[in-house]
Design a protein around this ligand. Sequence first.
Ligand code: SF4
Length: 108
Amino acid sequence: MNLEGNEDLSQGPSTTFKLSSDVEVRKRWVERMVRSAKKYHKICPYFDKKTLNCFIKQMKSSKIVKCDRDGKFDGCPIFNQYLEERFEWYKSTNNPLPMDFRDLTSVF
Ligand code: SF4
């Protein structure tokens, strides 16, 4: 946007379109993975029932590693962010995106 509030096209409209398109693809893929995960898991696959810890938070060395959602992963920002990061990894390594949660490679 410039000062008049008009869209700045100096970078070219295709850049903006590609960016929003990529974000949309990532969002749809994350939604698909969450739906797929719900088919196989009643509670979060990254939830440690014994310690009540979150494996993702542990992996990222967060200060608070407890899951504050009792393992309910639908709508969990940590779960969604992890999926977004996996999406970016698949894209950056040119690996095909899995279409089923069971085919997702995790880094634990
Ligand atoms: S915080 Fe989210 S990702 Fe972590 S165990 Fe709980 S529900 Fe799962």
